[in-house]
Design a protein around this ligand. Structure first.
Ligand SMILES: *[C@@H]1O[C@H](CO)[C@@H](O)[C@H](O)[C@H]1NC(C)=O
Ligand SMILES: *[C@@H]1O[C@H](CO)[C@@H](O)[C@H](O)[C@H]1NC(C)=O
Ligand SMILES: *[C@@H]1O[C@H](CO)[C@@H](O)[C@H](O)[C@H]1NC(C)=O
Ligand SMILES: *[C@@H]1O[C@H](CO)[C@@H](O)[C@H](O)[C@H]1NC(C)=O
Ligand SMILES: *[C@@H]1O[C@H](CO)[C@@H](O)[C@H](O)[C@H]1NC(C)=O
Ligand SMILES: *[C@@H]1O[C@H](CO)[C@@H](O)[C@H](O)[C@H]1NC(C)=O
Ligand SMILES: *[C@@H]1O[C@H](CO)[C@@H](O)[C@H](O)[C@H]1NC(C)=O
Ligand SMILES: *[C@@H]1O[C@H](CO)[C@@H](O)[C@H](O)[C@H]1NC(C)=O
Ligand SMILES: *[C@@H]1O[C@H](CO)[C@@H](O)[C@H](O)[C@H]1NC(C)=O
Ligand SMILES: [Zn+2]
Ligand SMILES: [Zn+2]
Length: 508
C-alpha cells in the first residue's frame, strides 16, 4: 500500500508535461463550401484515375463534425461562419467580425498579433471576401470590401496593421476609382498608401512571389502582399501557372516565411488558409471546377501536414468548411454515379462559356449552324458533354446562365445532381493534424473550434473585444445606418447572394 501511494504521489506531483504541451503555431485551413459529398466526389474520381482504392489526404485527418448554423438562420453564409471560427461566437449572415448588435468581436488574428505572434492570410478568393475578412476585420456587412481592404492594410483598423502576409485576389479594392480597374467608390489609392504609410510590399507579378524562394529567402520584404488578380484567383483547373502559383505553393511559402521570421521570438504565428473557390463552383453547379479545387485543397493539406511532420511538431493544423454548398448528390437517378465523365474537361464551365462569348462577339453574322458547330467542337465536347442533342444545343442560347446550364448538363451525365444554388445546413467534417488536435474528436459548434485554437495559443479573444469596443469612433464606423440595416435585410432574403455577386465581377 505504501509503495502504491508513493507512486500515486509521484504521479500527482510530476507536472504532466506531455499533456500540457501547447502548439507554438496554429494554422486554420478553411475549404469553403466543402461538404461530405464533395470529398467523396474527389476521392472516387482519384480512384478512377489511379485505378485503386486510395484515400484522399484529408481522409486520414478526419477527427469530428462541425455544426454551422448562424444566429438568424439555420443555413449559414461564409461571413457568419468565418466570424464564428475566428471570434469564437456565432452571429448573423453577412456579419464580418461583429455580433448581433453590430458590436465588434475580437478575432484570433488580432489576438495573436497583439500578443507578439506573426499572422498571415492566404486565400484563392478576393482577399477582401467574407472568409479572410471574418478572420481579420470588422463590418456589419460583407459586401463593404473597400472598408475591409482599408482595415487589412492597417489604415482603418483600430489596432493598426494586424496582418504580416496576405495572398489572394481582389486588387480592384485597393485602386482609386479613377483607375479603370477599380471597384472602389472613393479616391483612396490604398495600393500606394499601403506602401508609403504601412511599409507593405505590394506584389502583382508571379516573379515577386518566386523571389520569396518558397519563403526561405534571407530577408523577406515584410509585410508582404501578393495580389495578382483584380478579382478572385483563377479556379485551379483554369489556372495559368505563369501568372499564379497554386494554393499549396502560396501556403508553404508563407509557412516557411512566418516560421523563419519568428525563430528568435518567444511567440510563433497564426496562419489562415482558404481554398475559397470550392464554394464558387458549388454555387455554379460546375463539377469540374469543384473537383479540381478540392484536389488542390487536398494537395495543400497534405503539404502542410508533411511540413509539420518534417521538423515542425510545434505547429497544429485544423481544417473544416464553413458550410456545405449546392446540395451535392452523387447517384442520380438511382445508383448512377460515373466520376469518369469528369475526366475530359481541362477547364471550368465558366472558362468554356468565355470561349463561346469571344467567338460570338467576333462572328455576329455567323449562322445558327455555324454557332452550333462551334459550340459542339469548342465548348460541349472539350467540357466532356458528348452525344449532344439539338435541343440541348439550342437550350444553351436561352439559358438564364449558360455556365450553370453547362455544369448541370455534365453533372447529369455523371449522375451528379445539385439541389440548390445556395448553401445547405448539413454538418461538415473537421480535420486536424498535429499537437492536441485529436482532443477535438466529436461534434462541435463552429465557435467552439475558434475558442479551442485561441486557448491553445494562450490568447484571450474577450480581451481584444474589450479593446475594440473601447474605440467609440470605430464602433460607430462599422455599424449600419438605416440604409445599412435594409441592406442586411435584403441579403437575408436573397439566399444565393454569393453566386449573383460573383457574376458581377470579371474573371481576373
Ligand atoms: C484496373 O485494374 C483492373 C484490375 O486489376 C484491370 O482489369 C483494369 O484493366 C485496370 N484498368 C485500368 C484503366 O488500368
Ligand atoms: C480608433 O479606431 C480608428 C480606426 O477606425 C483609429 O484610426 C483610431 O486611431 C482608433 N483610436 C484609438 C484611440 O485607438
Ligand atoms: C516603416 O518602416 C520604418 C523603417 O523601418 C519604421 O521606422 C516605421 O515605423 C514603419 N512604419 C510602420 C507604419 O510600420
Ligand atoms: C535569429 O538569430 C540568429 C542568430 O543571432 C540570426 O542569425 C538570425 O538572423 C535571426 N533571425 C531573425 C529572423 O531575426
Ligand atoms: C451572341 O451575340 C448576339 C449579338 O451579336 C447576342 O444577341 C446573343 O445573346 C449572344 N449569344 C450568347 C449565347 O451570348
Ligand atoms: C455583318 O454583316 C453586315 C451586313 O452584311 C456587314 O456590314 C458587317 O460588316 C458584318 N459584320 C461582320 C463582323 O462580319
Ligand atoms: C449520353 O450518353 C450517356 C451515357 O454516356 C447517357 O447516360 C445519356 O442518356 C446520353 N444522352 C443523350 C442525350 O443521349
Ligand atoms: C436534380 O435536382 C433538381 C433540383 O435542383 C430537380 O429539379 C431535378 O429533377 C433533379 N434531377 C433528377 C434527375 O433527379
Ligand atoms: C486578459 O485581460 C486580463 C485583464 O486585463 C488579464 O489579466 C489577462 O492576462 C488577459 N489575458 C490574456 C490571455 O491576455
Ligand atoms: Zn462559404
Ligand atoms: Zn458560398
Amino acid at each position: 500500500m505504501k509503495l502504491s501511494s508513493a507512486l500515486l504521489f509521484a504521479a500527482l506531483a510530476a507536472p504532466p508535461l506531455v499533456l500540457a504541451a501547447k502548439p507554438r503555431n496554429y494554422i486554420y485551413f478553411l475549404p469553403d463550401g466543402y461538404g461530405p459529398a464533395s470529398e467523396v466526389l474527389a476521392r472516387d474520381f482519384a480512384n478512377y484515375k489511379n485505378n485503386d482504392t486510395e484515400k484522399l489526404p484529408v481522409d486520414n485527418m478526419a477527427i469530428g463534425y462541425v455544426r454551422t448554423f448562424a444566429t438568424d438562420t439555420l443555413v449559414t453564409d461564409s461571413a457568419a461562419a468565418a466570424t464564428a471560427y475566428a471570434c469564437g461566437q456565432k452571429t448573423y449572415n453577412g456579419a464580418i467580425g461583429v455580433d448581433d448588435d453590430y458590436l465588434p468581436l475580437g478575432n484570433i488574428v488580432e489576438a495573436a498579433k497583439l500578443d507578439g505572434f506573426m499572422t498571415g492570410l492566404v486565400v484563392t478568393s478576393r482577399i477582401t471576401h467574407a472568409s479572410p475578412a471574418g478572420f481579420s476585420t470588422h463590418t456589419y456587412y460583407r459586401d463593404l470590401e473597400a472598408d475591409i481592404a482599408d482595415q487589412l492594410v492597417g489604415l482603418a483598423h483600430p489596432l493598426g496593421r494586424v496582418v504580416d502576409v496576405m495572398m489572394g485576389g481582389g486588387r480592384c479594392f485597393f485602386l482609386p476609382q479613377s483607375d479603370e480597374d477599380s471597384c472602389r467608390e472613393d479616391d483612396v489609392d490604398l495600393w500606394s498608401l499601403a506602401q508609403t504609410d504601412y511599409n507593405w510590399t505590394m506584389a502583382v507579378e508571379r516573379e515577386k512571389f518566386d523571389q520569396l524562394q518558397n519563403g526561405l529567402v534571407e530577408d523577406p520584404p515584410l509585410p508582404f502582399a501578393f495580389i495578382p488578380n483584380l478579382d478572385h484567383m483563377m479556379y485551379e483547373v483554369d489556372r495559368e501557372s505563369t501568372l499564379e502559383p497554386a494554393l499549396h505553393e502560396m501556403a508553404i511559402a508563407t509557412l516557411n516565411m512566418l516560421d523563419k521570421q519568428t525563430q528568435n521570438s518567444s511567440k510563433g504565428f497564426f496562419l489562415f488558409v482558404e481554398a475559397s473557390r470550392i464554394d464558387h463552383a458549388g454555387h455554379a453547379h460546375d463539377p469540374v471546377g469543384h473537383l479540381h479545387d478540392i484536389l488542390e485543397y487536398n494537395r495543400a493539406m497534405d503539404a502542410i501536414a508533411q511540413w509539420i511532420d518534417d521538423g515542425h511538431s510545434d505547429t497544429a493544423l485544423l481544417s473544416g468548411a464553413d458550410h456545405e454548398c449546392g446540395g451535392l448528390t452523387l447517384g442520380v437517378p438511382d445508383y448512377a454515379w460515373y466520376p469518369e465523365v469528369l475526366d475530359t474537361a481541362s477547364g471550368t464551365a465558366e472558362y468554356y462559356v468565355n470561349i463561346f462569348d469571344a467567338f460570338n462577339e467576333t462572328l455576329s453574322n455567323s449562322t445558327t449552324a455555324d454557332k452550333y458547330t462551334f459550340l459542339l467542337d469548342h465548348v460541349f465536347t472539350p467540357y466532356g458533354i458528348t452525344n449532344v442533342t439539338t435541343d440541348e444545343l439550342a437550350a444553351f442560347f436561352t439559358a438564364d446562365d449558360a455556365a450553370i446550364y453547362l455544369g448541370e448538363l455534365l453533372s447529369a451525365r455523371a449522375g451528379i445532381n445539385w439541389s440548390t444554388t445556395g448553401h445547405t445546413a448539413v454538418d461538415i467534417t473537421l480535420f486536424g493534424h498535429g499537437l492536441n488536435t485529436d482532443s477535438l474528436v466529436g461534434s462541435w459548434e463552429n465557435g467552439e473550434v475558434g475558442n479551442f485554437m485561441a486557448g491553445q495559443l494562450g490568447l484571450s479573444l474577450a480581451n481584444v473585444t474589450k479593446l475594440l469596443r473601447a474605440n467609440e469612433s470605430f464602433v460607430q464606423a462599422i455599424g449600419p445606418d438605416a440604409e445599412g440595416k435594409k441592406l442586411i435585410k435584403r441579403f437575408q432574403l436573397q439566399h444565393d447572394h454569393e453566386h449573383m455577386h460573383d457574376g458581377a465581377f470579371h474573371k481576373h
